[in-house]
Design a binder for this molecule. Structure first.
Ligand code: MUC
Ligand code: MG
Length: 373
């Protein structure tokens, strides 16, 4: 009889303020909402996970409220009484019974990995086969919506040696104004920084063909998701014609999406996100597809807090090559923490803890304070 049976799975929605509004093509964030998942086991061990999206239903198919409901009503009950130490069996059980819901599944898988790491005294990266480093390069997103403010923010990040890769969120504005904004920032930062853009699907192919050429000709290093995830033919053509490499983000909503994008030649870089694949183990399957297809890797984020960020980091740090670095800066966008020790950012990198599990402890008082009632 196993001592590590799952006794309960609890979810808590937490609303946290952001340091400034964060403007994306489809939504302007004034705060961030996290779903925290607590898996309690019969051996007294608790695993914590996080399932976070952006802007309610503006970004993906799951909202914080649907994630909570689906875990509380469907996924959680399927796991109560199951062995927490057998993560393969637990996640297979969920996949058999529930379609999609990769955000919710990612939070649960993260919590199971955290619990198992604590049980065995190992960091999650070691459960995933072992780390190849101790830290990851982290980009910062400039998304204040104002060119001068964005340049000042980038200069400060360079000064304090926190970031030297900047992603600009465009697509909400008129295309020529957006291009002017991006080129002004690249000209101000020059060779001191890598400047990239994320269009969040806002353009159509006719606009993207011209815009990608202008961006590439002006020193922009990477163009993320310029057109709709649905327009596969357009993505293939852009990937062939753009002078700057095209990265798939929204196009990947599952490991299977990653395979078909690779097969079609629709991107030369994949943004890896645990939430869009179903967890830290699942995202490594997408990474393996990319590696086999010669597609470069980038460690993406859904702007998670500390728990989701470190769950991603433990997976990404096991990868042989993350050519384009990561954007695991989510905790830095928040003014508040719900864990006792915040993730450490230093010298352009995020440190990946060597302590058991994810390496985090919930601050019960802060969690209760920010929990939605
Ligand atoms: C996205 O689309 O990549 C990641 C960084 C950021 O600022 O927004 C997210 C979502
Ligand atoms: Mg993106």
């Amino acid at each position: 009889m196993s001592h590590s049976l799952i006794e309960s799975i609890q979810t808590v929605i937490v609303d946290l303020p952001t340091i400034r509004p964060h403007k994306l093509a489809m939504h302007t964030m004034q705060q961030q909402t996290l779903v925290i998942i607590r898996v309690r086991c019969a051996d007294g061990i608790e695993g914590i996970g996080e399932a976070t999206t952006i802007g309610g239903l503006a970004y993906g198919n799951e909202s914080p409220e649907s994630i909570k409901t689906n875990i509380d009503s469907h996924l959680g009950p399927l796991l109560v009484g199951q062995d927490a130490a057998n993560i393969n069996a637990a996640m297979l059980r969920l996949d058999k019974a529930a379609k999609g819901n990769t955000f919710a599944k990612s939070g649960i898988e993260s919590a199971l990995l955290d619990a198992q790491g604590k049980r065995l005294g190992l960091p999650v990266s070691e459960l995933l086969g072992g780390r190849v480093g101790d830290s990851l390069e982290v980009a910062w997103t400039l998304a204040s919506g104002d060119t001068a403010k964005d340049i000042a923010e980038a200069e400060r990040m360079l000064d304090i040696r926190r970031h030297r890769i900047f992603k600009l969120k465009i697509g909400a504005g008129e295309v020529n104004a957006d291009l002017k904004h991006v080129i002004a920032i690249k000209q101000a930062l020059g060779e001191r920084a890598s400047v990239r853009v994320d269009v969040n699907q806002a353009w159509d192919e006719s606009v993207a063909l011209r815009a990608c050429r202008i961006l590439g000709d002006n020193g922009i290093d990477l163009i993320e998701q310029p057109i709709s995830r649905i327009n596969r033919g357009g993505q293939v053509r852009l990937n062939q014609r753009s002078p700057a490499p095209i990265m798939a983000d929204e196009s990947i909503e599952s490991v299977e999406d990653a395979f078909s994008l690779a097969a079609d030649g629709a991107a030369s870089i994949f943004a890896l996100k645990i939430a869009k694949n179903g967890g830290p183990r699942a995202v490594l399957r997408t990474a393996q597809i990319a590696e086999a297809a010669g597609i470069a890797l980038y460690g993406g984020t859904m702007l998670e807090g500390a728990i989701g960020t470190l769950a991603s980091a433990h997976a990404f740090v096991t990868l042989n090559k993350l050519t384009w670095g990561t954007e695991l800066f989510g905790p830095l966008l928040l003014t508040e923490e719900i864990v006792t020790e915040a993730p450490v950012y230093c010298d352009f990198q995020l440190e990946v803890p060597r302590t058991p599990g994810l390496g985090l402890t919930l601050d019960e008082e802060r969690l209760a304070f920010f929990a939605r009632t």
